[in-house]
Design a protein around this ligand. Structure first.
Ligand code: HEC
Length: 149
């Protein structure tokens, strides 16, 4: 009886750990998706003319990025050792072998955001801002993001 309880308890702990790992991966993915919303769904779409230029939306997107990007180091502190179910992109294991190098990719994004904050006034300046931020996002993705499908 006692042994059964121990075995079931251990199994439940195992399931709990797997779920927690998936939650960590989802949290990391959600952080990226939030940034993508601001940079791609707002800024890039305006640059391309898919949606009309809107100063309030630009300012809100830049503010969201300013708040979200510095959280990357902490949100990626733990290795979930698994990808989000059905995700297009996953994390390279290299992140947790070179966490200091991974973290070093964050300040350039923070700086690119700070450099354009308050300076985007029209489509041409938005294009410059978009490119300078996006290039820095990609500096990290090139090394640490893996395309899964
Ligand atoms: C320090 C590294 C780093 C920086 C900087 C970074 N990312 Fe990521 N990003 C990742 C990693 C690792 C993944 C893959 C794991 C994931 O999706 O959570 C990822 C995934 C993504 C994805 C794919 C999400 C999905 O699964 O569909 C998008 C979109 C994205 N990032 C956008 C951005 C944008 C926009 C910026 C800049 C504002 C940015 N990232 C900055 C590391 C970074």
């Amino acid at each position: 009886m006692l042994r059964t309880i121990v075995v079931v308890g251990t199994l439940l702990l195992g399931v709990g750990a797997v779920m927690a790992q998936q939650e960590i991966a989802v949290q990391q993915d959600n952080l990226m998706r939030g940034q993508a919303k601001s940079l791609y769904d707002v800024m890039l779409k305006m640059v391309k003319g898919d949606i009309a230029y809107n100063q309030a939306a630009v300012d809100a997107a830049i503010k969201q990025l300013e708040e979200s990007v510095p959280k990357i180091a902490t949100v990626f502190a733990t290795n979930p050792k698994q990808d989000v179910v059905n995700a297009t992109y996953g994390s390279s294991q290299k992140i947790w072998q070179n966490k200091a190098d991974f973290d070093s990719k964050i300040p350039p994004v923070v700086k690119a955001i700070a450099d354009v904050k308050g300076k985007v006034k029209d489509k041409p300046s938005l294009r410059v801002a978009y490119n300078s931020i996006n290039d820095r996002c990609n500096d990290c993705h090139e090394t640490y993001r893996v395309k899964l499908k």
